[in-house]
Design a protein around this ligand. Structure first.
Ligand SMILES: [Mn+2]
Length: 353
């Protein structure tokens, strides 16, 4: 079903006359407009895109099914005008995005309208991806995959974590990625016990774990992958930890399917790690949705009861982190299919270089 129709139904359910989208990715999702400034007002029968003079042509071209309004005397004047013309009285605001400053100002300028804090309905719609979105996500993943294949050849003792991060980032940009999906993590030796150890000046030594977590953005869509390897020869303990994480990660791929609650998917990996005696060393959720944002719904935590549906795109990224020793995380992006899942990443998951 058309996403605007879904929002119209949602407005009716909530008893709202309109919803004001303030968050950039949701503005893009509902209008196609890529400009950095603007508000999108969704009413029961129309979409109004309010933006400034710089984006006049771009907005009319990209958001061709919206009424484009270019502010003349500022955003508030234009908003009041639309509210009045459409007799809008009860308007939902994005409670995760609207600042107190904006909320105060809206109330000050338009006292006759009631503003209701709501979750932006787009966050929910974005969980299930369209064919076009899947295509772009696959391209973002492919770029990251190719960068990792390159880094497997490139990495060697004596390089710093930052040098490895830069090489990954440079390679992804050359392949068409527009920017890094997030701050690149390259964590070696004891630092690999830090789940979010962004690349530092530390030199990578022979025999150390190196955890690399990185991704790119392709036409707005994010990739996110993690591999852990040992530069040189691994120890029995390193192999033991790696094998547990690998088994947990693969078991999720084997078992995850639509109809399952996300907490049940999390438990597949968590049980394996717990049974191996490392339950306390896996302190984060199994993964997260990924798309226009690097972290989006559904969040795969042990507490989330959201039901998995075909077309959802999530990460599968269990880890074990042992303070003052090191850690392992392995992460792929998967699509929930009608039967189970499809893994988007193609790069090998092997311990040694
Ligand atoms: Mn991730």
């Amino acid at each position: 079903m058309n996403k605007f129709v879904r929002v119209q139904e949602w407005l009716k359910e909530k008893g709202l006359d309109a919803f004001l989208i303030t968050k950039g990715v949701n503005r893009y999702y509902m209008s196609g407009f890529t400009g950095s400034n603007g508000y999108l007002l969704l009413t029961s029968d129309n979409k109004y895109l309010l933006t400034d003079f710089r984006y006049k042509e771009q907005a009319n071209e990209q958001a061709n099914d919206c009424d484009v309004i270019i502010y003349k005397n500022g955003l508030f004047e234009s908003l009041i005008d639309v509210f009045n013309k459409n007799n809008l009285k009860v308007i939902g605001l994005d409670k995760d995005d609207v600042t107190l400053a904006l909320y105060e100002k809206l109330n000050e300028y338009v006292s006759e309208v009631i503003f209701v804090p709501e979750e932006d309905p787009c966050n929910n719609l974005r969980k299930v991806k369209s064919a076009q979105e899947l295509k772009l996500l696959k391209q973002a993943v492919e770029i990251a995959d190719k960068a990792y294949l390159h880094i497997m050849e490139y990495i060697r003792p004596g390089l710093t974590e930052m040098e490895v991060a830069l090489e990954l980032e440079h390679f992804m940009r050359k392949l068409g990625g527009s920017k890094n999906a997030f701050e690149t993590i390259v964590a070696s030796g004891k630092r690999s016990a830090l789940p979010h150890g962004v690349a530092s000046n530390k030199v990578i030594n022979y025999g150390e774990f190196v955890t690399m977590d990185f991704g790119t953005v392709y036409q707005g869509y994010h990739s996110d992958m993690t591999r852990t390897l040992v530069v040189g020869e691994s120890t029995a303990h390193q192999r033991e930890i790696y094998d547990i994480v690998s088994k947990a990660q693969m078991k999720v791929i084997e078992k995850i399917k639509p109809g399952m609650k996300v907490c049940e998917a999390d438990e597949i990996a968590r049980k394996i790690i717990r049974d191996a005696g490392y339950g306390d060393n896996f302190g984060h959720g199994l993964g997260h949705g990924v798309g226009l944002e690097i972290h989006e719904q559904p969040i795969l935590s042990p507490r989330n009861k959201t039901i998995l549906e075909p077309g959802m795109v999530v990460t599968d990224e269990p880890g074990i982190y042992i303070p003052d020793w090191g850690g392992v995380r392995i992460e792929d992006i998967i699509i929930i299919t009608n039967e189970g899942c499809e893994v988007l990443n193609n790069t090998p998951k092997v311990l040694c270089t």
